[in-house]
Ligand binder design. Structure first.
Ligand SMILES: C[S@@+](CC[C@H](N)C(=O)[O-])C[C@H]1O[C@@H](n2cnc3c(N)ncnc32)[C@H](O)[C@@H]1O
Length: 227
C-alpha cells in the first residue's frame, strides 16, 4: 500500500518519475482505474515498480514470485520487464481484485507469463516448496497482509536462489515504526518493528531499506547461504 513516496514533495516525485523513464501506457491506464477504486492506496508506487524492474534486470531475473497482486500494477510492470520466457507466480485471495489484474495482463500481452494462485499465500508458498521449487525464484515481492510477513519471508528465503532478492513493501508503515507502539496501534506496528529489527541482524541476508513508497526493503540472500 504505497502509491506515493512519503516525505517527497509532489513536484519532486513527478520529476523523479519522469526522469526515471516514462510509465508504459498500460500501467498508466491501470493506475488511473485503480485511483477510482475504494482501496486506491494499495498498489505499489511507480517509483517502487521502477526500482524492482531495475533490480530484476540487474540480476537477470526470469522467475518472479509475488505475494499480493491486487489490481496488478506490480505484476504487470514486472511481466513487461521479464524476458519472453520469464514466468511469474502471483499469489492473492481476491477474485474481484485480480479480475482487474487479469484484464490488464491481457491488455499488456503478458498474461501467458503469469500463473495466478487464489488462496492464502502461506498455503501456496508451502505448496511451491513441496513441489521442489526451492531456489527456483530470482526475485520475490511481499506485499500482502502484514501479520504473516515474517512467515512469508522465511518461505521466500527458501524459494529464492542464493544471490536472489526479496523485496518487502510497507516496512515504514507511514512513519509509525519510529514510535513506541501505542495501545491503539494496529498489531502490525509492533510486528513490523520486530521484523525490521530481526532483518537487520539476520546473517543469512544483506538488507537495505529504501525510502520509496511506504518503505521498500530489498534483501539479498547471501550467495553462500544454503537455506
Ligand atoms: C497491498 S495489495 C497488493 C498491491 C499490489 N502489489 C500492487 O502493486 O497493486 C495487497 C493484496 O494482498 C492480498 N492478500 C491479503 N491477504 C492475503 C493472503 N493471506 N494471501 C494472499 N493474498 C492476500 C489482498 O487481496 C490484496 O490484493
Amino acid at each position: 500500500m504505497s502509491r506515493h513516496s512519503w516525505g517527497l514533495a509532489p513536484e519532486l516525485q513527478d520529476y523523479l518519475r519522469h526522469i526515471n523513464g516514462e510509465e508504459a501506457a498500460v500501467l498508466a491506464a491501470l493506475r488511473a482505474e485503480t485511483e477510482r477504486h475504494r482501496h486506491a492506496k494499495m498498489p505499489i508506487a511507480p517509483e517502487q515498480a521502477q526500482t524492482l524492474v531495475w533490480l530484476a534486470d540487474l540480476i537477470g531475473a526470469e522467475h518472479y514470485l509475488e505475494i499480493g497482486v491486487f489490481t496488478g500494477y506490480s505484476s504487470t510492470a514486472m511481466a513487461l520487464a521479464l524476458p519472453e520466457h520469464g514466468r511469474i507466480t502471483a499469489c492473492d485471495i481476491s477474485v474481484t481484485y485480480t479480475d482487474i489484474a487479469r484484464r490488464y495482463w491481457q491488455a499488456a500481452g503478458v498474461a501467458h507469463k503469469i500463473d495466478l494462485v487464489l488462496q492464502p499465500a502461506l498455503i501456496t508458498l508451502d505448496q511451491l516448496l513441496a513441489q521442489g521449487l526451492r531456489h527456483h525464484y530470482d526475485l520475490a515481492l511481499i506485499d500482502a497482509d502484514k501479520p504473516p510477513t515474517a512467515h512469508y519471508f522465511e518461505r521466500c528465503l527458501q524459494l529464492v536462489r542464493p544471490g536472489g532478492l526479496i523485496a518487502i513493501d510497507n516496512v515504514l508503515l507511514g512513519g509509525r515504526v519510529t514510535r513506541a507502539a501505542q495501545a491503539q496501534d494496529a498489531p502490525s506496528v509492533a510486528l513490523m518493528q520486530a521484523f525490521n529489527a530481526a532483518l537487520a541482524a539476520d546473517t543469512r541476508v544483506r538488507a537495505l531499506t529504501l525510502p520509496v513508497g511506504d518503505g521498500l526493503t530489498i534483501v539479498q540472500k547471501r550467495r553462500t547461504e544454503a537455506v
